[in-house]
Design a protein around this ligand. Sequence first.
Ligand code: SF4
Length: 348
Amino acid sequence: MRKESQAMVSNLEPLKSGQAQTAPESENMLEIQNLKKHFPIKAGVLQRTTGYVKAVNGIDFTIEKGETFGLVGESGCGKSTAGRTIIRLYEPTEGNIAFDGEDITRKKEKDLFNLRRDMQMIFQDPFSSLNPRKTVGSMLQEPLKVHGLYKSQRERKEKCQEIMGRVGLNPSFINRYPHEFSGGQRQRIGIARALVLEPKMIVADEPVSALDVSIQSQVLNLLNDLQEDFDLTYLFIAHDLSVVKHFSDRIGVMYLGNMAEVAEKNDLYGEPLHPYTQALLSAVPRSHPREQKRERITLTGELPSPANPPNGCVFHTRCPFVMDHCKEVVPEMQEIRPNHYVACHLYN
Ligand code: SF4
């Protein structure tokens, strides 16, 4: 977690869509501007493009060095696609991605070699993300070999065992296969694999949602400790707001490929501004009896298809406060309070 709060300059003009939010440039590990990822829909014998799934449709945010930024939203809101596009597993359709001061948006795969070392990913499912035919040792040593780190096999093995120990795995299990580990241990292998190259940033895509509740907090505590020790920056993607609350410094709430709200976690949980965030938070159980009880807001209707998003505010088909204006005009992201941004016409 960030060692100190880096409050936003409070006299900023409201940000327009397409502008990144917060923090002086030099402090940013990641700057995302108007990022879009659209997937073509193919149909017919000739596989003509008949439309696009607008999975990510113009999002902006920044992550400071050493910060944990939580990206939340319902399943299908585009948060995982955003993570994969940022790490350049997907080609961005539009927008800009700057990583540690360098524009990586349009770099070709052959030029992404260093990025692959500096930005790593932890996947949701520790069962399917590990190769069942490879031992832990070979999975961890492979990236070291590819990147030409450590001269001898003995040194690489020592490094892998050091990392295994660091993530709470017994280093003597280096020759074991994934099926010989429990779910929690397999996710620790996934974390070790992300960590072995000592990256600057990790994109963690729902890293605990496939684990038992009893194991989740252990893995979250481990990620927290590793952040301190390895000076890591995290993009933490989750659908569960209670998980993100304890782990993030700032949080972005996504809905149907768009960013609805971005704020420091205490501001977001204390006074959510966007009707969608309010609805999501009203469903989160109180973690303490003294915590203020929220009135439950039930969203009606289904999440619209990202292939055919509504006009105007994309949330208008489910919003309890919808106005005529909302159905026509896209709300711009504005800074309503210091470091608290929302895209909603209620605040115009
Ligand atoms: Fe609701 Fe309108 Fe705000 Fe969208 S812009 S969240 S429809 S009030």
